[in-house]
Every structure is written in structure tokens, then in C-alpha cells.
Design a protein around this ligand. Structure first.
Ligand code: ZN
Length: 313
């Protein structure tokens, strides 16, 4: 079936709506996701059950899809289902399109086009005062530095799309302190410069430990103008976390870190009003609320497909 019939899509959406349908009970292809109505700027989990009538015997299906322009990495589970993590951008509207192709050993591939309902997130606004140097137009030398730093982070995100999955099991909170500024907050600096807060701020004292949220490879260490001392960890398959404004860095580029392993210490370097951890989480080009990665039940993902793979720094 090259073009899905309307009934097929409606049937899939009906199956995938609140509660979804347990795999294996319904003939045909099944799509399920969690949360059922993801809000703007979070990660979600997608589970696809190919038509079991077409996967009999040893034949396996290939599941391919994308969300928000990011190619997804579907992994087979032991029970025949396929699972992926995906990101809903802050800019998503009422629904987000999820094109999906399932290729079976024989016959035509199946194409589906699912629309996932998206809930509006209520992003707060805050006014901050920072040192004047951070809100003035940077001079040309500084602009070159800032752009080089941005490019270095973009390169980390690009490379992560080609890194095999290194993360394993649930994600951990990198610092124990409470949230002092939520993801997505609209910010007014010194009365006029506006931006959106693309991470979450966790409170802490200078020198408090900062730990890796999950297993990964240290892809970037730097002393950046706005972000201060930074560590970027590539968890593979497009998932990257970063730890900013630290007073000290305890890892080097190319190091493999495990969940909970110290990567640095809380500090107040870069554009800050005081010591805290700015924790950033991105899936490909999409920034998401880092707290949403803690809410995902990722236990169904098994060991990484290539646990011994190391990423060249
Ligand atoms: Zn922050």
C-alpha cells in the first residue's frame, strides 16, 4: 500500500488515541506514544507494532519515520515492537505530523501519516539583570568568538545524529538543587534584550557536584563567553545534554561517562546572576525541557546496540 487509505489512518489514530491499544491484540499496524498528548518542548516515546500478519517467521520489518524534521531511530524490542525517542519543538501547533514507513520482507512498504496531538505549554516570563557587557552589542572580535562557540555546539548536535545509542536506562538529574528557572521561560535582560530560556536552571552552591544525566561520550569541553565552562555529552541517536556555567570541569573530550558520574562542579561562569547549573537537552536540532527526559520510562530500551562503540573526539 503506497498511499494509506483514510480508513487506515483513522483506524491507526483511533488505536493510538488515549490509552493506545496493547500490542498484539489488534490486527494491522499499531502506533502508540507517551505522553498521550505531549506538550510543546518535551521528549516523547513512540512505539510501533508492525502488522504481525506480515512479520511471520523470521522476517523482520524496517521501521522508519521522522518527527519535526528529525529522523528517528527505531529499535526492535524482543516482542516484535519498535521503539524510538522523539522531540516536540516549542513551536509545534495543535498537532505534529509523524510520517512513518514500514518495510516488510515481502510486498509493498506501508506508508502512514499520523498526527500526534500537542498540548500548549505555559511558558513563564522573567526579568533579569546581568553585567552590562552581556547585553551590549558584542564587538567584531567577540562576535567571531561567540559564533565559533555556537558552531562548535551545532557540530556536536550534528555528529550525535550519526552516533549509535550510548544511553542506557533512565536519565538522572545532574544536580540535586530545585529548579530556579524553568525551560522555555521568556526572558527580558536589563529591561530590553529578550530571549527564550532553552534549558533548565538547577540551584546549587559553588563547587556542588554536577553529574552526567546518562551514559555518553564527552563531545565538547570549553570556556564559552555566555555559557562559561561547559561540557556537552553525546548520548547517541541525536540526544545530547550539556552542563553550563560550571566552576570546574572534571572530564575531557572523548571520555566515556556513565550515568551519575561527576563531570564538573556548579559555578557562576559566563552570563549568570549567581551560581547554578544550566542543564540543556537537545534531540537533533530541537531543544526540549530537560526535565521531560526524567519523566520518560525508558526501561524498555535494552542494552545499546553497539555498547563497545567509541566515538572519535
Ligand atoms: Zn539557564
Amino acid at each position: 500500500m503506497l498511499i494509506p487509505t483514510l480508513t487506515a489512518v483513522v483506524a491507526m489514530m483511533a488505536m493510538a488515541m488515549p490509552g493506545g491499544s496493547p500490542a498484539g491484540q489488534t490486527p494491522g499496524t499499531d502506533v502508540w506514544w507517551y505522553p498521550e498528548q505531549p506538550r510543546q518542548g518535551i521528549l516523547l516515546r513512540l512505539v510501533v507494532t508492525p502488522d504481525t500478519a506480515r512479520t511471520s517467521g523470521t522476517a523482520e520489518a524496517v521501521v522508519e519515520g521522522s518527527l519535526a524534521g528529525q529522523a528517528l531511530h527505531f529499535e526492535p524490542l524482543a516482542d516484535g515492537r519498535y521503539q524510538a525517542v522523539a522531540a516536540v519543538p516549542v513551536s509545534a501547533r495543535e498537532t505534529i505530523p509523524f510520517p512513518l514507513t514500514i518495510t516488510y520482507a515481502e510486498g509493498e512498504p506501508e506508508h502512514h501519516f499520523v498526527r500526534i496531538p500537542v498540548a500548549r505549554a505555559a511558558f513563564p516570563m522573567e526579568r533579569l539583570r546581568v553585567a552590562r557587557q552581556f547585553v551590549e552589542e558584542p564587538d567584531s572580535a567577540l562576535r567571531v568568538r561567540i559564533e565559533a562557540e555556537r558552531e562548535a555546539t551545532r557540530e556536536v548536535h550534528r555528529r550525535s545524529l550519526g552516533t549509535p545509542r550510548l544511553w542506557q536506562g533512565d536519565f538522572a538529574r545532574p544536580a540535586v538543587g530545585p529548579i530556579t528557572s524553568a525551560f522555555g521561560t521568556e526572558r527580558v535582560f536589563n529591561g530590553d534584550v529578550q530571549s527564550r530560556h532553552w534549558g533548565v536552571d538547577l540551584d546549587g552552591e559553588q563547587g556542588d557536584p554536577v553529574v552526567a544525566a546518562n551514559r555518553g561520550v564527552v563531545a565538547l569541553v570549553g570556556d564559552f563567553y555566555y555559557s562559561g565552562n561547559v561540557v556537552y555529552v553525546d548520548h547517541g541517536e541525536g540526544l545530547v545534554t550539556a552542563y553550563l556555567h560550571m566552576s570546574e570541569v572534571l572530564v575531557a573530550r572523548g571520555d566515556t561517562v556513565e550515568t551519575g558520574q561527576p563531570v564538573g562542579k556548579i559555578g557562576a561562569t559566563g552570563r549568570v546572576t549567581g551560581p547554578h547549573l544550566h542543564w540543556l537537552t537537545r534531540f537533533g536540532r530541537v531543544s526540549v525541557d530537560p526535565m521531560s527526559v526524567l519523566e520518560l520510562d525508558l526501561s524498555m530500551f535494552g542494552a545499546p546496540a553497539h555498547p563497545d562503540t567509541t566515538v572519535a573526539p
